[in-house]
Design a protein around this ligand. Structure first.
Ligand SMILES: [Zn+2]
Length: 244
């Protein structure tokens, strides 16, 4: 079925003209996926400086992450939610690249990010990746990589544990849920030892997943780990499908 729908996509687009993923209005020629006015709304939700402190506070207790950056504040029911939903569950991979470029644009002149060796997407378990067909964070990484000229690798960090959805779990349960979930590919150990690595995810909620990834990389000799996501969600207001 998937093959068929891809085959007939041009025809479907012709019969049903593309609509904005967020407001569902017909897209003007030359605009793709999201209309200009919705996109402007997303950009206005750019992260205010005071929220960056809250982002970093998700990591400071454990101390595995030495720098964190998110471009947007994730609001329940906001434009960004429908965009990220389309990226994760509706096969709209190019949105990931687009969002990644937004993030990359904002960090490209940062001195710390200039010293980074490799970008690493937070991996999905292979069963989940097979179900979804792709890892959305790979595409975000690709967009960032294009903007800051730092390579990304999907073969360094692996998810060995199939974890249940984090949505209904509290902070401590989330931490336990992902404990021991990741491992470094032994054949790529030299890409970790002594390196500055950036973990990339779509939305950071409690930070437990990225924290566990960082712990694993540090145990394997990484020098420093930074965390980057498209958006950061306030833990209390977060629910539903975009948690990770
Ligand atoms: Zn729109």
């Amino acid at each position: 079925m998937k093959f068929l729908s891809e085959l007939f996509q041009p025809l479907i687009d012709f019969i049903y003209p593309s609509v904005c993923l967020s407001c569902t209005k017909k897209l003007p020629d030359g605009e793709q996926l999201i209309c200009k006015s919705c996109w402007q709304k997303v950009q206005r939700a750019a992260l205010p400086a005071e929220f960056e402190k809250e982002l970093m506070s998700k990591f400071s207790i454990d101390g595995y992450i030495s720098k964190a950056f998110s471009s947007f504040y994730f609001e329940e029911g906001g434009v960004l939610q429908s965009i990220i939903y389309a990226l994760k569950y509706d096969g709209k991979k190019s949105i990931g690249v687009m969002l990644g470029k937004c993030v990359g644009e904002l960090i490209r002149n940062d001195d710390d990010f200039g010293l980074v060796d490799i970008l690493i997407p937070v991996p999905l378990h292979k069963t989940k990746q097979r179900e979804r067909g792709y890892n959305q964070s790979d595409y975000i990484c690709r967009g960032i990589s294009q903007m800051i000229n730092i390579p990304f690798r999907t073969d360094i960090l692996k998810r060995r544990k199939y974890t249940i959805s984090q949505t209904q779990l509290n902070r401590e349960e989330r931490r336990q849920n992902v404990a021991g979930a990741f491992k470094v590919n032994r054949r790529r150990a030299e890409l970790v030892r002594g390196k500055i690595l950036v973990l990339v995810d779509d939305v950071i909620t409690t930070g437990s997943t990225i924290n566990e990834c960082a712990k694993t990389l540090l145990e394997n000799g990484a020098r420093n780990i930074y965390a980057v996501s498209v958006a950061v969600a306030a833990w209390k207001t977060m629910s539903g499908r975009c948690s990770s």
